[in-house]
Design a protein around this ligand. Structure first.
Ligand code: HEC
Ligand code: HEC
Length: 263
């Protein structure tokens, strides 16, 4: 009993030490969190939780766990590591104070984060280098990775990828056998069946300047294309930026090593 009382005293002293700054919380929420959770904590998609009307203590605890990595999510880990203890208290207080919404309510994407400079690279099959393949047995996909000349040359020279670089990925469904298992080819890669969509990242001067620092990847922009080469509606560039953000030492690429070894 003594111990429990002692802990309660400590907890109230700690929470009293910092009075949350709602205005600062709102500013951070509008510039960064809004891209996924909406400006008022009503999120932009089914895969992203609403934060409106959630309890302050719960929001703080989750942000701390996402910051120290005990709760794992690549997108939120990348964001939470950039939040100070004060930021966490401020955004938690702000979102907790927002009115809850009906389950069907959704916020729209932030216009500055929805805008991308990436266009479909016509003729990439002949002008780009195919440098990598990855199997995704769980989702029954196989992905082929292509880099343009500027990207391959810089990677080979051990340089930061310059403006004009582009990486392009074909995402295919894998062929399945009679038991619905993905079929492995003789080369160790799943056999491609149908092209599903493309993902891309490219950079050029000034392309990142409208993104908040917490999400910005230098001047890289991202895009998803449908098989008829159109921007795929519903792709949230903020998620691409958040997950690739920690890779600033390797030109924001997960596959820089493979690109440098391209034949
Ligand atoms: C790029 C999209 C994105 C941005 C930007 C973003 N979040 Fe998240 N957030 C997510 C996703 C996705 C999840 C769900 C994580 C999971 O499944 O574990 C999440 C989960 C959370 C949770 C846990 C909610 C729960 O119900 O457990 C909190 C709290 C949170 N985010 C706060 C923030 C704050 C504060 C910011 C701004 C500083 C922010 N997020 C910015 C995508 C984002
Ligand atoms: C959850 C983390 C995550 C998110 C979100 C994410 N990526 Fe990636 N991305 C990866 C990983 C990991 C790889 C390396 C291999 C793979 O899984 O394809 C990668 C690879 C890539 C590559 C090949 C170049 C490289 O970095 O190695 C491109 C292009 C790319 N992603 C585009 C996108 C686009 C466009 C989006 C948003 C629609 C996006 N990514 C969102 C994790 C992520």
């Amino acid at each position: 009993m003594k111990t429990i009382l002692g802990m309660m005293v400590v907890a109230s002293v700690v929470s009293a030490a910092y009075a949350a700054d709602m205005e600062a919380g709102k500013a951070k929420a509008s510039a960064v969190c809004a891209a996924c959770h909406g400006p008022n904590g009503v999120s932009v998609s089914d895969a992203i939780p609403n934060l409106a009307a959630q309890r302050t203590g719960y929001l703080e605890a989750q942000l701390k766990a996402l910051k120290d990595g005990s709760r794992k999510n690549p997108v939120m880990n990348a964001i939470a590591t950039q939040l100070s203890a004060e930021d966490i208290a401020n955004v938690a207080a702000y979102f907790a104070a927002q009115p809850g919404a009906v389950a069907s309510a959704k916020s729209t994407f932030l216009p500055n984060l929805a805008k991308t400079g990436v266009t479909f690279p016509e003729g990439y099959q002949s002008s780009f280098t195919k440098y990598h393949t990855v199997n995704f047995p769980a989702t029954r996909q196989v992905r082929y990775y292509f880099g343009n000349k500027a990207a391959v040359a810089a990677a080979k020279a051990g340089k930061t990828l310059p403006d004009g670089s582009m990486l392009f990925v074909e995402v295919h469904s894998a062929k399945v056998d009679a038991e619905n298992k993905p079929v492995m080819g003789g080369d160790g890669f799943l056999v491609a069946d149908k092209l599903l969509f493309y993902t891309a990242m490219a950079r050029d001067a000034g392309w990142g300047k409208e993104f908040p620092d917490m999400l910005r990847n230098s001047d890289w922009n991202y895009a998803v294309f449908t098989t008829d080469k159109q921007h795929r509606p519903g792709a949230n560039q903020a998620e691409c930026l958040a997950c690739h953000k920690p890779l600033d030492k390797v030109s924001y690429l997960f596959t820089l090593k493979q690109l440098a070894e391209a034949k």
